[in-house]
Write a protein that binds this ligand. Structure first.
Ligand code: SF4
Length: 207
């Protein structure tokens, strides 16, 4: 029997994985999701870009809630905003909260750029993260390094979905703002005893 086709990966899953591989698995493997103050703020801040809309602003076409896909990479998703200046796409992803927490957003933005390149046939050299609290854009250059990092994350998410694996908790400063703390229970799962067991298992040589 032929292998089942690989499911398309949500672009948002890449951000989840880049933030914490367990968070990605809890959402996309176990279908767990919980709201907290951060996700509710994010939903509120996204309201302006939730409805598809086209606008012409100083000869720049602005598309909101634009559907995205990549056949080559097996991705699907949506861009908050894409500006087309002289036909060149410039994706903008809305983010709430502190700027330092948005490194995974660069992976998400790069994936959007890769989709737009495939969809339009144009190079996408840059995009931006728009910070809703400061109303500032942080430009992100779509470098070769960022492209390679993004492709690595795509492959890691694909493997996680294929193998249905849920990694152990990171149990670090990513956990307090994470909406999945209650289902993840990073303190309960990531105990010193568990770590010792894992270490023993890793270094046990089987005949
Ligand atoms: S609580 Fe921590 S370990 Fe659990 S999913 Fe969130 S960030 Fe990852």
């Amino acid at each position: 029997m032929p292998d089942a086709p690989e499911p398309r990966i949500m672009i948002s899953a890449l951000e989840h994985y880049a933030y914490c591989p367990r968070q990605c698995a809890l959402i996309h493997v176990e279908q767990s999701y919980e709201e907290n103050v951060y996700t509710l703020r994010g939903t509120r801040d996204h309201h302006r870009v939730d409805d598809p809309e086209t606008e012409l602003r100083d000869d720049v076409r602005v598309e909101r809630a634009l559907p995205l896909y990549s056949e080559a990479l097996g991705l699907t998703g949506r861009a908050d905003v894409v500006e087309f200046d002289d036909g060149v796409p410039y994706p903008i992803e809305y983010k709430h909260g502190e700027q330092r927490r948005h490194a995974p957003g660069r992976i998400q933005l790069c994936a959007q750029a890769l989709c737009l390149e495939e969809m339009t046939g144009r190079d996408v050299p840059a995009g931006a993260l728009y910070h809703t609290s400061s109303h500032r854009r942080q430009e992100v250059t779509v470098t070769e390094t960022l492209r390679a990092d993004t492709r690595d994350v795509i492959e890691a998410v694909r493997a996680q979905l294929r193998e249905q694996t849920v990694p152990p908790p990171v149990n670090d400063d990513r956990c307090p703002p994470c909406s999945l703390q209650r289902v993840c229970m990073p303190d309960a799962v990531d105990t010193p005893e568990r770590r010792h067991r894992e270490t023993d298992r890793l270094f046990t040589v089987e005949d």
